[in-house]
Design a protein around this ligand. Structure first.
Ligand code: ADP
Ligand code: MG
Length: 527
């Protein structure tokens, strides 16, 4: 609690400048041994967009959960509009004028937009008068902030971008003056993200205060007025956006200088390595996930697959990696692969020289409760070099190899005996990459190479991929991060609804054009 002198100081400060919308003082929160927030203090001025940036696990969501009453801080105070406010639950946060737009929307699928907006906002469930009032308000908000959504549409029929608008409407309907958005663009197409930013700017100009949490430097530079940086549970800096740069922010996030651009020479293309023709996949529900796609990749080339998550990219990786069956034709070096028979499994693919860094490393890439050294041969355990006496595996050989790979890939800590689960996301990814890349494959399939990975490790992972390309290997890169595809790939194929919407050379396209293809607008983009 504030002491008398602190309160006095605060009142003096209040005379000098208007009270901030939010002020947090000395917030700390631990989860067991993990200190998620350490003595965090921050001021968020009224009528601004305040960004909070930090790597995965920096403590951003925890801090916002405290502000929204989901978690109780171990220490610290919250001031709203200059007044100390206790926020024991989210009802208290809403009463204090705080609204939260969640990463995973909390809408009722088979209710309409209108019903969702009203739901829970009223004391009792006086639906009819509430609905009339809400409909009017929705119309007004739609006009004012470009928040157009059909009030009578069912949530389940809406796109992700529209669902997010409903979340914003819900908060505004509850009279939120302060809006918190936690990683809001992760699920959006570039055009939807742009639209969201216009909405946020409109809200800010109308005097609302916005807290935008993201790990994307570009979004911070685009839309925020002020940015605070978190690193390992601490608030390391708060700066005016106009007075900083992406490079500076990256350095503050990671604690050292980081190369943000991928450094690569023009591709030296060799012969065709992979050829895919008329590839079709039907899932267990009978839905066609890949609708007859085709493309090729040459030696020394990185082919990027861009697209909003869920448009067939995962199925493509699974088929090529030997985890799912398909029809059509796939050839490696002109030799046709078995897509649905005895040899359509992951082991056979690896033996043919196709390495695979799966999208979901927890499900397919690692066995979390096995040691790092065991994981280092996962998928390759039948390789003769580990099975010298044909009965027991040669653990010494595997161990030595693991140590060497850990060194080369800078896995931290470099301890082969640690369980895979005990490494951070970035280091887990490095273990999988080390295993797959060091096989010197002809073709590397790589899904979401930097998902959940911090900026420092991203730089390293990108360098390894480019190095493999420059050794004349073929690489298929699938990523929902458009920036990553644009900077890494030599050529880009855009997928939408199980089809290929277009193909571009990276050097001859941009985010806008790819974004239109990602949204399924072929005509617009080609015109
Ligand atoms: P960010 O949002 O910046 O990625 P989080 O606030 O989600 O970071 O997490 C900060 C740290 O706290 C991480 O190490 C995370 O594993 C840990 N953490 C977060 N929530 C919980 C929880 N409910 N239980 C245990 N640990 C948690
Ligand atoms: Mg988070």
């Amino acid at each position: 609690m504030a002491t008398a002198t602190e309160t006095g100081r605060q009142e003096t400060a209040a005379l000098a400048s208007p009270a901030p919308a939010i002020e947090l003082r000395g917030i700390s929160k631990a989860f067991g041994p993990v200190q998620a927030n350490k003595d965090i203090s921050i001021r968020v001025e009224k009528g601004t967009v305040h960004g909070i940036i930090g790597e995965n696990g920096a403590g951003k969501s925890t801090l916002m959960s405290i502000l929204y009453g989901f978690y109780k801080a171990d220490a610290g105070e919250i001031f709203i509009g200059g007044k100390e406010t206790l926020i024991p639950d989210s009802q208290a946060a809403i009463s204090a004028g705080i609204g939260m737009v969640f990463q995973h929307f909390k809408l009722v699928e088979n209710f309409t937009v209108l019903e969702n907006v009203v739901l829970g906002a009223e004391e009792g469930f006086r639906l009819t008068p509430s609905l009339r009032k809400a409909r009017k308000l929705l119309t007004e908000l739609a006009a004012e902030y470009e928040l157009n959504v059909d009030p009578d549409a069912l949530i389940e029929d809406l796109s992700v971008g529209h669902r997010q608008r409903v979340e914003i409407l819900k908060a505004l309907y509850r009279k939120a003056d302060i809006l918190i958005l936690d990683e809001p663009t992760g699920v959006l197409t570039p055009a939807e993200a742009d639209h969201l930013f216009r909405i946020l700017e409109g809200l800010r100009d109308a005097g609302k205060t916005i807290i935008l949490i993201t790990h994307k430097l570009r979004e911070i530079m685009d839309i925020t007025d002020t940015v605070s940086v978190m690193r390992r549970g601490e608030m390391t800096a708060t700066v005016k956006t106009s007075e900083t740069s992406p490079e500076h922010l990256a350095e503050l996030m990671v604690g050292r200088k980081v190369l943000l651009r991928v450094d690569k020479k023009p591709a030296q293309l060799g012969k065709e390595i992979l050829k895919v023709e008329n590839l079709r996949v039907v899932d267990e529900q009978g839905v066609e996930r890949l609708k007859g796609i085709g493309f090729n990749i040459r030696a020394g080339e990185i082919l990027g697959i861009a697209g909003v998550s869920g448009n067939g990219q995962s199925e493509l990786l699974e088929v090529l990696g030997g985890y799912a069956e398909a029809t059509g034709k796939v050839s490696l070096h002109g030799e046709e692969l078995d897509l649905s028979g005895a040899e359509s499994d992951a082991q056979s693919r690896r033996l043919k020289g196709i390495a695979h860094v799966p999208e979901d490393r927890h499900e397919e890439g690692l066995i979390l409760n096995f040691h790092a050294w065991e994981n280092m041969v996962f998928g390759y355990q039948n390789d003769p070099k580990y099975n010298k006496n044909k009965i027991l595996m040669d653990n010494k050989a595997i161990w030595d190899e693991t140590q060497a790979k850990m060194d080369r890939f800078d896995v931290r800590p470099p301890n082969p005996r640690l369980n895979a689960a005990n490494f951070s996301g970035g280091n887990q990814q490095k273990i999988v990459l080390a295993r797959e890349i060091e096989r010197n494959p002809e073709l590397l399939l790589i899904g979401q190479p930097t998902r959940g990975v911090d900026i420092g490790a991203i730089e390293f992972i990108h360098q390894q991929i480019v190095e493999l390309r420059d050794q004349g290997k073929a690489i298929l890169l699938v990523s929902v991060e458009l920036e990553e595809v644009l900077s890494l790939a030599d050529r880009i194929v855009v997928m939408f609804d199980g089809q290929i919407m277009g193909e571009r050379l990276s050097s001859e396209t941009d985010e806008r054009e790819l974004g239109m293809l990602m949204a399924g607008m072929k005509q617009g983009a080609d015109a």
